[in-house]
Design a protein around this ligand. Sequence first.
Ligand SMILES: [Zn+2]
Ligand SMILES: [Zn+2]
Length: 132
Amino acid sequence: MRVTKQREIILEQLKTHKDHPSADIIYDEVRGVLSNISLGTVYRNLEWLVAKNLAQKINIGCSKARFDADISMHAHFRCIKCDAVEDVDAVFGFDLIKDKDWMQERLLKGASLEFYGICGSCLAKEGADETC
Ligand SMILES: [Zn+2]
Ligand SMILES: [Zn+2]
C-alpha cells in the first residue's frame, strides 16, 4: 500500500476522534485496514501529519503524546485521574502576551494552553467526600 494512502487512513481515523487519542489507540483502530502496519509506522505517520500542519501533537502532562486533527489554536483540559483530554471553549491566542516588542522580535508559530483537574465522570465516580 502506498505511504500516502496510509497517511490518509490514519488522518481520517484521527478525525473521528474528539478525545485526543495517543498513537497506540489509532494503531489499534487502523490495524484491521492497514494489515502489517506497526505502531512505530503509525507514530511516524502521525508525526509527519503534525510536521505538515495537518494535525497537532499535544504534549501536556499525559504520559503519552496525544494527537488532534483540529489544528486551530484551542485550549485543552486534562483530567489528572483518567488522562482524558478535552477541548475547552476558551478565547486565547497571542494577544495574551502583553509585551508587543517581545513578540516583534520573534516568530511565534503556535501556543498551547492547558487546564487540568478532575473531569465530570471521575468526579461523579468519586462522590463528594474526596478532597483534592
Ligand atoms: Zn477523568
Ligand atoms: Zn483539541
